[in-house]
Design a protein around this ligand. Structure first.
Ligand code: CDP
Length: 228
């Protein structure tokens, strides 16, 4: 008999660092990592490729239901996302995909199909999944629930530094306004709005390095694993 491993459900706003943190935690704690955002992005990418006809709620729901998505880990330990035989990891980060993903994520039928798959991934435990509604809707009974937060200013500073390093000219004020707009869209939407579950551990990452946050989460997993 093998002991059940936990479902670690992590949610947080855009720029809270949750995807990096969740991926490192999974690797270090020996758990599988799934980005639920990658699934919404994969529906968006497929729809963009099909053209405007694909943008009806019915077609989007059908795309979500039949999405040929899978995840692998490369030699460097990075999770790669596939649609059929195509590695779409980089394509999923495109700006047009980000924009369409935010729109299609508001369609209940799309969410219902993706939530069902997300639950199936976690049915046996042993998983770290991150997103917007993982600790509230997908796994309300997860063994470990974490809400990763950071102030809008801190998240905008992180994003602005990344953009500047990549040679983009956006001002800090523009980036901060974008972060606030994304927050409103995530927190105030009618379907699966972003919020901390009442029993989640909220971690504010302002001023904390990625490593410091991962170390804290590892402690939480180890404490859960330690027999009481
Ligand atoms: O990296 P970023 O925070 O920009 O996005 P993401 O986590 O990859 O999510 C892509 C899109 O899917 C965003 O618009 C999220 O609001 C949405 N999403 C969602 O509605 N529910 C989830 N569980 C995960 C993502």
């Amino acid at each position: 008999m093998t002991t059940r491993q936990p479902v670690v459900a992590i949610d947080g706003p855009a720029g809270s660092g949750k995807s990096t943190v969740a991926q490192l935690l999974a690797r270090r704690a020996g758990l599988q990592f799934i980005s639920s955002g990658a699934m919404y992005r994969a529906v968006a990418l497929t729809a963009l490729r099909e053209g405007t006809a694909a943008m009806s709620p019915e077609r989007l729901a059908a795309i979500a239901a039949a999405l040929p998505i899978r995840f692998t880990t490369d030699a460097a330990g990075t999770v790669r996302t596939w649609l059929g035989d195509e590695d779409v990891t980089d394509a999923l980060r495109r700006t047009d995909v980000t924009e369409v993903a935010a729109v299609i994520a508001k369609i209940p039928a799309v969410r219902a199909h993706l939530v069902a798959r997300q639950r199936a991934y976690g049915a046996e435990g042993g998983i770290v999944m991150e997103g917007r509604d993982i600790q509230t809707v997908v796994f309300p009974d997860a063994e470990i629930k974490v809400f990763l937060d950071a102030s809008a200013e801190e998240r905008a500073t992180r994003r602005w530094k990344e953009l500047r390093a990549a040679g983009s000219p956006e001002s800090y004020a523009t980036v901060l306004a974008d972060v606030r707009a994304r927050d409103r869209s995530d927190r105030e939407r009618a379907v699966a709005p972003l919020h901390a579950a009442p029993d989640a551990i909220t971690l504010n990452t302002d001023g904390l390095s990625i490593d410091a946050v991962v170390a804290k989460l590892q402690e939480i997993v180890e404490a859960w694993r330690t027999p009481r």
